[in-house]
Design a protein around this ligand. Sequence first.
Ligand code: ACO
Length: 402
Amino acid sequence: AVDVSRINAEHGVFTYDPAFTATCSTQSDITYIDGAEGILLYRGYPVDQLAENSSFLEVAYLVLYGELPTTPQLDEFVGAITQHTMLNESLSKFFDGFHYDAHPMAMMTGIVGSLSAFYHDTTDIRDDGHREIFARRMIAKMPTIAAAAYKHSVGQPKMYPRNDLDYTSNFLHMLFAVPAETYEVDPIAAKALDVLFILHADHEQNASTSTVRMAGSTGTNPYAAIASGIAALWGPAHGGANEAVLNMLGEIGDISQVPRYLEKAKDKDDPFRLMGFGHRVYKNFDPRATIIRGYCHEVLQHLGIENHPLFELAMELERIALEDDYFKERKLYPNVDFYSGIIYQALGIPINMFTSMFAIARTVGWAAHWCEMQNDPAMRIARPRQIYTGSPKRSYTPIDQR
Ligand code: ACO
């Protein structure tokens, strides 16, 4: 057994907090969460008010700059984002190096990391202008990169961004349009996606944002720091949950199997968990889930697919789990990714693109946190400690004596 009191006596006080459930790594002005009450505020504004009244780029401005923009400020910001959506042609060629079935998140990690090779001359962390151009470039290029990753995976030509479309509609165009055919963006689809982007824009010190901050604390190139955030987001316990929800629904297969899978989820000897249920911080209903639940039902109705067996299955799972004592006692409610996965599926977005959608939105939070930390006088290289549980000191044994 490790004698923590001896370590503390010798080296100062350490807390042992695996998974950081009780450790604040920073102060931040960006996002406030009250998990018990189910409250989420960006810069003080309730996320439900923003989802109802705002657009994703207006929220991006708020998250980055701390205040809602005036009309000229928003026009300038939207214009700048629109201007930066193109990828350098030689960057586009990077996609050709990936096998056709590479996961889009793998491609995004690589391509965003490679932006650090393109933009190494504007990354002076002390320069406000450099920080701003980084944030704007990242937000602008992320949908283009995500859509290009998808086009590569299906072997279709990449679509150039269209400057006459808003941010979300342009993304849908780059994802679904093909050169020889007319593609009209469905405004209800674009609105639902815009709201989803708003709801995913930031979430304080979640695993991927903490990763961006951890990498950023070393003074690394900010595009490389964002690439590390994309890698952290990919896992099924974090951003990969929306993809895992659809895979789980596929595995359950039929409404008749819902009770059996609920029992599996409760069985501690069974690794199966209900994907899209539960949250580290929200031990009440996830406020984002409340908002997106309404859009989810609206989109299914609009597309006339609410009776599709897959969506009936999802709604039955939601209904039964909400009534089940195991889930009620542990406060395991559907989280935002339960509904986002269903909406993405309804919009025809391929399952392996779901986490990339999350990455597009969360880029705003990653960039805002990276910028904020550069101004923080308390910023030093992040360096957690550990409690050593290995062998005591021993002497080297020559190989012929082992
Ligand atoms: N299905 C079944 N049981 C669950 C689930 C679930 N989805 N989530 C938690 N539990 C149970 C645990 O087994 C544990 O039970 P016990 O007290 O009897 O041992 C209890 O609920 C508490 O769970 P923890 O694992 O301690 O909760 P933690 O905060 O560590 O995990 C997490 C949160 C990772 C989100 C978890 O609920 C989970 O794996 N959910 C499914 C994956 C998912 O949807 N992730 C998305 C998160 S949201 C986001 O990234 C935007």
